[in-house]
Design a protein around this ligand. Structure first.
Ligand code: AMP
Ligand code: GLY
Length: 424
């Protein structure tokens, strides 16, 4: 098959690595890709949201399948775009349609969906410019911390957790009336604060049947001990020690089944991944968020654990017979540590020369923000390289990643040395 993968991060490099290992994959193109994906296929300089250019490329190269990494093309309707054009509609696109992508694209939509299909989640209310004052009164009725969420996509920055009620009220006004997060915060969801430990579950679905991948946990804060600013993710582990088989059984019954039933009942054309962000409150898993794609850097630990041919699985998703497939996973621990640019998630410099990445043999090196020029590798983003390792124990997987994180160099390199700390 000729496959076109959209995106340019560590998630996409892990997907490119996995897809390219399939005997079913004849050619792989990545639009736009990064300095690592070029080792698994051919990078094409087309933005993942330039649908006209992607369509022309897909026809020119007789693409048989499009795999979408990030949320933006999905929320903008790449699936609907391909379905609408007679020349493209036979090319399956792995990802949900625009309606399904609203599970990530709109927090209010996702909350209404969870309420309608009885998916356990935090109680909430939604507010916009028509009822800001009701929002202020609602804040008064809550016990802090107060959780404020911009309705739309805000590059992972749209959630505020505020201890002080007056400060929360000011933030609400700022979001709705002063467009703090642009159009994304025209509407704001205020919800009950859930106190517990977080984990993520990824579900692959053809819209009817589903397969659950091993649970993962990501580390979002830039500083050790989960301190400092939020980032896209500084590392991840899979599986997660406290997520027992029993807890996964409860997640499947109370969260996954009603979610898939809702997707079907709403008529979503959902052939892709559902990312379910969960928080374990006591013994009960509750949903904090849905995303309409795989997580980054969780993909860098979950996909390497998958033994099954991913192209074969995607073919079954496209064909609507995923239920007939068996998934196999390595019986090992997987950990990834993200090397980031100095200053990230604030301002940082690009273009630093990277050395040591190609000499590593006992970790998988997934590029996130890198660029190759004249056979040399340079930083090209905040998150630069994910160092992924396997181990018989979580500890040994982490030790290998740490050793190799130390061996890759670029000016300003930063990484967390305590990924997985709470389980060691
Ligand atoms: P989200 O973008 O919805 O995943 O939220 C970002 C982060 O905010 C989550 O990963 C949680 O750490 C935190 N968060 C979101 N909603 C809640 C909540 N209701 N209670 C506690 N923490 C939350
Ligand atoms: N690691 C969090 C995300 O991908 O949204």
């Amino acid at each position: 098959m000729n496959i076109l993968l959209l995106g340019s991060g560590g998630r996409e490099h892990a997907l490119a690595w996995k897809l390219s290992r399939s005997p079913l994959c004849k050619n792989l193109w990545i639009a736009p890709g990064n300095g690592g994906t070029r080792n698994n296929g051919t990078n094409v300089n087309i933005s993942a949201t330039d649908f006209d250019a992607l369509a022309a490329f897909a026809l020119e190269k007789t693409i048989d399948m499009v795999v979408v990494g990030p949320e933006d093309p999905l929320v903008l309707g790449v699936v609907d775009y391909f379905k609408a054009a007679p020349s493209l509609q036979n090319i399956p696109v792995i990802g949900p349609d625009k309606l399904g992508a609203q599970l990530e694209g709109s927090k209010a939509f996702a909350k209404q969906f969870m309420m309608k299909y009885n998916v356990p989640t935090a109680g909430y209310m939604e507010f916009d410019s028509n009822n800001v004052n009701d929002g202020l009164a609602y804040i008064d009725s809550l016990t802090p911390p107060i959780v404020l969420k911009a309705d739309g996509l805000a590059a992972g920055k749209g959630v505020l957790i505020i201890q002080d009620k007056e400060e929360a009220k000011a933030a609400l006004k700022d979001m709705i009336l002063e467009s703090r997060f642009g159009d994304a915060s025209k509407k704001v969801v205020i919800e009950e604060f859930l106190d517990g430990i977080e984990f993520s579950v990824f579900v692959l679905t053809d819209g009817t049947s589903y397969k659950i991948l091993p649970p993962a946990k990501d580390y979002k804060r830039v500083g050790e001990g989960d301190t400092g600013l939020n980032t896209g993710g500084m590392g991840a582990i899979s599986p997660v020690p406290f997520v027992t088989e029993e807890l996964m059984r409860v997640v499947e019954e109370t969260v996954v089944k009603p979610t898939i039933a809702g997707i079907k009942a709403e008529g979503m054309d959902y052939k892709g991944f559902v990312y379910i962000g969960l928080i374990k409150v006591g013994d009960e898993p509750k949903v904090i968020e849905y995303n309409c794609r795989l997580g980054d850097p969780e993909t860098e630990v979950v996909i390497p654990l998958l033994e099954t041919d991913l192209v074969k699985l995607f073919r079954a998703v496209a064909g609507g017979y995923l239920g007939e497939e068996e998934l196999e996973f390595k019986d090992e621990h997987c950990a990834t540590i993200m090397l980031v640019s100095g200053g990230y998630p604030g301002e940082y410099e690009k273009g630093q020369h990277i050395t040591g990445a190609y000499e590593i043999e006992d970790s998988l090196i997934f590029h996130a923000g890198t660029k190759e020029h004249d056979s040399m590798l340079y930083t090209n983003g905040g998150r630069v390289i994910a160092v992924t390792s396997f181990g018989k124990t979580l500890k040994s997987a982490l030790e290998t990643s740490l050793k190799n994180a130390h061996r890759i160099h670029f000016d300003g390199k930063n990484y967390r040395k305590d990924i997985g700390y709470e389980f060691l």
